[in-house]
Write a protein that binds this ligand. Structure first.
Ligand code: SAM
Length: 329
C-alpha cells in the first residue's frame, strides 16, 4: 500500500468516517465514484484500499480543480507509468487501477459512465459544495470578502453567471431565489434594492453587490445568505444533486454504498428526503401493488454523522458538515 502524506492546507471533512464506510470487496471488481474530487483528499485514501483491476471514477465540474488534483496525485502516488487517453483515462499502472478523470457535473453521472461502458458501480460518495480555493480566489466571484467579478460558476464552460442573474432576473425571481436558497427574510427588500441600482448602472462586481446589501442591512450573515443563494442558482446545485442521487442509486449494485456530505440544510434536506423515499416499503393496501414503488435503499445512518469536537477544533470549516449514508438493497 502506498504511503500517503496529506501535507496541504486543504483538510478533508469526515475523512475517516467516509473512507471506512465505503465497502471494498477483496475478491470482486470494485467500481467507485468520487462525485466531487477537488484535492482528492478522500480519493487518495480510497485508492489505498483498492485492488488491481478496480475502477475509480473522479468527477469535478471545475477543470482547474481536476488538474490540481491530478498533480497532487502524481506527487503522492508512485506512478510507474501514466497513460492518458483522449478520454482522460489515467491508468495507475503501479497498482493497475483504472482511474477516469471526468470534467463534468455529477449531474451527468449516468451518461458519463455508460458512454465509458460502465453500467454498475459498487460505491459512490459526494463531498458537496465549493473548495477553499474557490473562496480564496477573488476572480472566481464566490466571496463577498474580496472584490471580483460576479461569476460563481464551478464550470466556466457554462454561460449563466451570477452577473446575469443579478442584472437580468425580475424582482420576483430574485426575491424567490434569495428566500428559497438563502432563507433570507429580507429577500424582497434586497431584490428591490438590486432593481433600483441596476436601472442606473449594471452590477458587475462582488463589491458592488455587497454595497447594495449593506444599504439594506449591513450584516455579514445577510451577505453570506445572498451569496449562497446566487451560487446555488448559478450552478443549479439542488436540482442537479437530486438527479444525480437518483441515477447513482439505479447504477449501484446490491450492497453498494452511497455517502453524502453536505454543508447546508437545503442540501441535507434533499439527501434526507431522498433516502427516506427510497428506503420505504410499498404502502399499497391492494394485494397487487399499484404504486410501483420499489424499496431501493437501506439507511445506515438514521441520524446524520457529524464531525467530532476534535475535528471541528482543527478544521472550523467542518462545523456545518453533516453526512448520511445508505446501502442498496
Ligand atoms: C468540498 S470540495 C471536495 C473536496 C474533496 N472531497 C477532498 O477531500 O479533497 C467540492 C468539489 O466539488 C466540485 N463540485 C461542486 N459541485 C459539483 C457538481 N455538481 N459536479 C461536479 N463537481 C462539483 C467543486 O468544484 C469542488 O472542487
Amino acid at each position: 500500500m502506498e504511503k500517503i502524506s496529506l501535507d496541504t492546507r486543504h483538510t478533508s471533512v469526515l475523512l475517516h468516517e467516509l473512507v471506512d464506510s465505503i465497502n471494498i470487496s477483496p475478491d470482486k471488481q470494485n467500481v467507485i465514484v468520487d462525485g466531487t474530487l477537488w484535492m482528492a483528499g478522500h480519493a487518495l485514501h480510497i485508492i489505498a484500499k483498492l485492488h488491481p483491476g478496480d475502477i475509480f471514477i473522479w468527477f469535478d465540474a471545475d477543470i482547474r480543480n481536476l488538474e490540481l488534483a491530478k498533480q497532487r496525485i502524481e506527487e503522492h502516488l508512485v506512478w510507474e507509468k501514466v497513460t492518458i487517453t483522449p478520454e482522460e483515462t489515467v491508468q495507475v499502472s503501479a497498482k493497475h487501477i483504472n482511474i477516469f478523470l471526468i470534467h463534468a457535473n455529477f449531474w451527468t453521472l449516468r451518461s458519463a459512465l455508460t458512454s465509458r461502458w460502465i453500467h454498475h458501480i459498487t460505491g459512490i460518495y459526494y463531498d458537496l459544495g465549493l473548495s477553499s480555493l474557490h473562496v480564496d480566489e477573488a476572480e472566481r466571484g464566490f466571496s463577498f470578502r474580496a472584490d471580483g467579478p460576479l461569476d460563481m460558476r464551478f464550470d466556466t464552460r457554462q454561460k449563466l453567471s451570477a452577473k446575469d442573474i443579478v442584472n437580468h432576473y425580475s424582482e420576483s425571481e430574485l426575491s424567490e431565489i434569495f428566500w428559497k436558497y438563502g432563507e433570507e427574510s429580507q429577500s424582497k427588500k434586497i431584490a428591490q434594492a438590486i432593481i433600483h441600482t441596476r436601472k442606473k448602472n449594471p452590477i458587475r462586481t462582488t463589491k458592488e453587490l455587497s454595497e447594495i446589501l449593506d444599504s439594506v442591512h449591513p450584516h455579514t450573515k445577510i451577505k453570506a445568505r445572498i451569496f449562497q443563494a446566487l451560487r446555488i442558482e448559478v450552478n443549479g446545485e439542488l436540482s442537479m444533486l437530486e438527479q444525480s442521487l437518483q441515477d447513482a442509486v439505479e447504477l449501484l449494485k446490491t450492497w453498494g454504498i452511497i455517502y453524502v456530505i453536505s454543508f447546508h440544510s437545503l442540501e441535507d434536506r434533499i439527501v434526507k428526503q431522498f433516502f427516506k423515499q427510497e428506503s420505504r416499503d410499498c404502502i399499497c393496501d391492494d394485494l397487487i401493488c399499484s404504486c410501483h414503488h420499489k424499496k431501493q435503499l437501506q439507511i445506515i445512518s438514521k441520524k446524520p454523522i457529524l464531525p467530532s469536537t476534535e475535528e471541528t477544533k482543527q478544521n472550523p470549516r467542518s462545523r456545518s458538515a453533516k453526512a448520511r449514508h445508505a446501502k442498496k438493497c
